[in-house]
Design a protein around this ligand. Structure first.
Ligand code: B12
Length: 332
């Protein structure tokens, strides 16, 4: 009997080699690929999804866990496909075609959605970035999806999502459309006639499942300052500080893209705070990535690392505010 708890833990920690080996061992033991998929991989990935949603895990960690999921899937996929062919039935929850729309090269978020959806049992066909309506249609012809997922990160490309939806409609094809990406909102989804919008990878999966008649659609209210347990209603993640005893210690870490700071996380006895540094920091990273040619999702993400864990006196909210001010000052 495989140790699924251990397998889930290895997946969570991104131990790809171990997950691959445990999957192989379970197959050798005669366990069905369906059971290994659901109890070993999907169960582990759903914890990753939940922790990502609640800011316990961040993008780099999720990408590493997703790599481990892929190692297990590489072992299972041929067996699942062979099983499907023999039984004439699909073992998947549903079929999804995913792509980033034309003019847009951002794919980190799309890749996460693909991995999480695969982790939830969907058959996912990722058609990549910069995809035209014709490419989406060709993929729909080929893979007969239940759902078309589109991602856009630029305000200049988000309108192309409507072009795709209109293209399918003009052709008389009925599909479920899901959209997402940083500038996308439920209001925009309603405006362009998309069936749904997902704010993050786990909401995307909930949305896909709801399309397949499994569970409710995710709540579309924006989680303002969701990363901060003690945030006020103002939406400012640094608002709402509560008086803590003098001498309170905060542990903090800075996330760097190479040597450029990107995020800060901090926690005191009561609160966890995570902030993304302002746009000027993002722009500096974008520029450096393009100058160095590190623009594909894998090499871009590989540049992230958390700095050492450090301590400062003060509550988490004030420490983060002070660190942000210092980083802004030193960035000039
Ligand atoms: C990484 C990045 C890049 C990398 C992309 C690497 C890659 N392979 O993806 C590089 C360096 C290449 C890049 C280039 C550019 N970028 Co850029 N980039 C970013 C950055 C910092 C992070 C994006 C990201 O990966 N986020 C992490 C992922 C996990 O989040 P996400 O994408 O939002 O995805 C989640 C959800 O949205 C949702 N989701 C996503 N897709 C889908 C799909 C469905 C169906 C569903 C349901 C859900 C869903 O789930 C995901 C997972 O949780 C953002 C800033 C930001 N904070 O968004 C700027 C940003 C998007 N970029 C920006 C710009 C301007 C550019 C450039 C034009 C820069 C330039 N001057 O050349 C170019 C454009 C290139 C192009 N044609 O696309 C701007 C966009 C501004 C705007 N309003 O349009 C931003 C906002 C930065 C800024 N200045 O503030 N960029």
């Amino acid at each position: 009997m495989p140790d699924y708890a251990l397998m889930n833990q290895c997946l969570y920690e991104g131990k790809a080699k171990e997950v691959g080996e445990m999957t192989e061992a379970a197959i050798a033991e005669g366990i069905t690929p369906q059971e290994i998929l659901s109890d070993g991989l999907i169960a582990g990935m759903s914890v990753v999804g939940e922790d990502f949603k609640h800011n316990i895990l961040y993008v780099p960690e999720v990408l590493i866990a997703a790599r481990a999921m892929k190692a297990g899937m590489a072992v299972l996929r041929p067996l699942l496909v062979a099983g499907d062919a023999a039984s004439g039935e699909k073992s998947t929850t549903g079929v999804v075609v995913m792509g980033t729309v034309r003019g847009d090269l951002h794919d980190i978020g799309k890749n996460l959605v693909c991995m999480m959806a695969e982790g939830a049992g969907f058959e996912v066909h990722d058609i990549g970035v910069d995809q035209s309506v014709e490419k989406f249609m060709a993929a729909a012809d080929k893979f007969k999806p239940d759902i078309i997922g589109m991602s856009a990160l630029l305000t200049t490309t988000m309108n192309y999502m409507k072009t795709v939806i209109d293209g399918f409609e003009a052709d008389g094809r009925k599909m479920k459309f899901a959209i997402g990406g940083a500038p996308i909102s439920q209001m925009f989804a309603d405006e362009i006639g998309s069936d749904g919008y997902g704010a993050d990878a786990s909401s995307a999966v909930d949305l896909f499942l709801s399309f397949m008649g499994q569970g409710d659609a995710p709540s579309t209210s924006t989680e303002v300052g969701g990363e901060l347990a003690r945030a006020s209603d103002s939406g400012d993640p640094l608002a709402g500080a509560v008086e803590l005893p003098k001498g309170t210690q905060t542990t903090y870490q800075i996330l760097y893209w190479q040597d450029l700071p990107s995020e800060i996380k901090a926690s005191d006895e009561y609160t966890e705070v995570k902030i993304e540094l302002p746009t000027s920091f993002v722009e500096r990273i974008d520029l450096a990535a393009q100058r160095l040619g590190l623009t594909d999702a894998t090499s871009y993400s590989a540049q992230y690392r958390w700095g050492d864990e450090q301590e400062r006196v003060g509550d988490a909210v004030s420490v983060v505010a002070a660190l942000q001010a210092e980083l802004e000052a030193s960035a000039g």
